[in-house]
Design a protein around this ligand. Structure first.
Ligand SMILES: CC(C)(COP(=O)(O)OP(=O)(O)OC[C@H]1O[C@@H](n2cnc3c(N)ncnc32)[C@H](O)[C@@H]1OP(=O)(O)O)[C@@H](O)C(=O)NCCC(=O)NCCS
Length: 145
């Protein structure tokens, strides 16, 4: 995950410690999290991370990266779809995220999955400094399996 993230300028900059906290979350803590991974031939082709605070009704996609060699094959779409399904199952009524205003590929992907821009955070990102678009998509309850 760290290698994939480091290779992508648009991805969130997380430390090893951030990932350890994510994957080894203490049982009973009020934050539900999921990490979706896409494997191709035994290699990590991409991943998405999402979270839901117990007192909130909207889940957040914290990160999404597809290895550049595997892009354009539907993997990003599958990962965001799986994250949204997880959030719906966890009881969320919507999913939100932030994306660099210049990240046309990610914005197009999110729009295809029903996300709309609901706000903007000026100079939210650094290196390079850039606005973040806030995007949100509604979720609908999933039928019990
Ligand atoms: C954004 C990203 C996750 C897309 O992953 P991907 O596996 O290539 O995406 P998919 O093949 O599933 O494409 C799904 C849709 O996304 C959009 N899309 C993907 N790449 C695109 C591009 N280069 N230009 C425009 N639209 C693009 C299209 O709408 C596409 O649907 P279509 O192929 O039917 O037109 C990938 O480019 C990536 O990892 N980028 C760097 C990290 C990043 O920006 N993460 C998001 C941070 S908020």
């Amino acid at each position: 995950m760290l290698i994939l993230m480091a290779a992508s300028a648009e991805a969130l900059r997380w430390t090893r410690r951030d990932y350890e906290q994510l994957l080894l979350a203490a049982p009973g803590e009020p934050l539900a999290r999921c990490a979706m991974v896409a494997l191709c031939g035994g290699s990590l082709a991409g991943f998405a991370v999402a979270s839901l605070l117990q007192q909130e009704t909207v889940a957040e996609v914290d990160g999404l990266v597809v290895d550049q060699y595997y892009r354009g094959q539907g993997i990003g779409s599958a990962l965001i779809g799986a994250s949204m399904a997880w959030a719906a199952n966890a009881g969320a009524s919507g999913v939100r995220l932030e994306v660099r205003a210049s990240n046309a590929a990610a914005i197009a992907l999110y729009r295809r999955h029903g996300f709309c821009q609901v706000g903007i955070r000026r100079a939210y990102y650094s290196a390079p400094a850039e606005d973040a678009l806030l995007m949100q998509a509604p979720l609908f309850p999933t039928a019990p399996v």
